[in-house]
Design a binder for this molecule. Structure first.
Ligand SMILES: [Zn+2]
Length: 254
């Protein structure tokens, strides 16, 4: 079995048997992989504390393309992001992003997506505190877009008609904004002008605070994004980290 090295991000880790751990890794060259780290739960394991969720580094794998479980020989940590571990808002958003990568990424290697997730973790760890909420929204919408599910906001998603100025309907099942006629016919979330502009700004990748932004707006945008992901990407499976991020129970705004 060849030993390969690849940049990797630890998306999930759990104890296996008395002495080992299983990690789920996003790897740059080999896609998302599961690997056993034998002996990683022993007190004097050579893995030490390297196998923390959200750590970025280099994985050394005994790799067989057809195997469901690879063997992790070592993991050299390059970045462990203590800021993510010590701030629940940052941690919840980063965990939701990692969960999307784990559950919704294509099985084949996707270099751009791997680099994108790494950059988003860096950004969530370093963005100023007042922008964590908007950085999380912009980052998760960008992940949705990177996975191929970008919402349509330039014209009516159903018939391509031009959108009215100001308030506009957003249909989660249809996947975007609706013209006035379709808004009357469909059950939609109506976004008033400021919320519509905020969504357009977030989809453009900005974490600047939209005008008049409050925790109520943040909660409504989290709810809309979580419903969109659940409908289009989750295929009926619960996404626990996304649900935790959406309720934002840590700051009492749920
Ligand atoms: Zn329409």
């Amino acid at each position: 079995m060849p030993l390969v090295t690849t940049p990797a991000i630890i998306l999930h880790a759990f104890k296996y048997s008395d002495t080992s751990k299983i990690v789920r890794l996003a790897t740059r060259e080999y896609g998302v992989q599961s690997a056993i780290a034998k002996g990683a739960s022993r007190p004097k394991s050579r893995f030490g504390a390297s196998l923390q969720v959200l750590s970025q580094g280099t994985a050394h794998l005994y790799f067989r393309p057809t195997a469901e479980l690879q063997t992790l020989s070592a993991f050299d940590v390059a970045e462990q992001h203590p800021a993510l571990a010590h701030d629940l808002g940052r941690y919840a958003a980063a965990s939701a992003l990692a969960e999307l990568m784990l559950r919704c990424a294509p099985s084949e290697p996707h270099l751009a997506l791997f680099d994108f997730v790494g950059a988003q973790l860096d950004h969530l760890a370093t963005v100023p505190p007042q922008r964590v909420a908007t950085a999380a929204l912009a980052g998760l919408w960008a992940m949705v877009t990177a996975l191929g599910f970008a919402p349509t906001v330039s014209a009516c998603v159903r018939d391509g008609r031009a959108l009215d100025e100001g308030a506009v309907g957003f249909s989660v099942p249809d996947g975007g904004f609706l013209c006035a006629r379709c808004t009357r016919e469909r059950t939609t979330t109506v976004l008033e002008g400021p919320d519509r502009r905020a969504l357009e700004q977030l989809l453009a990748g900005s974490d600047e605070l939209p005008a008049g932004w409050t925790s109520r707006h943040a909660a409504a945008h989290r709810r809309l994004l979580a419903r969109f992901i659940e409908h289009h990407l989750a295929e009926g499976h619960p996404l626990k980290a996304l649900a935790f991020w959406e309720t934002a129970a840590w700051n009492g705004t749920s």
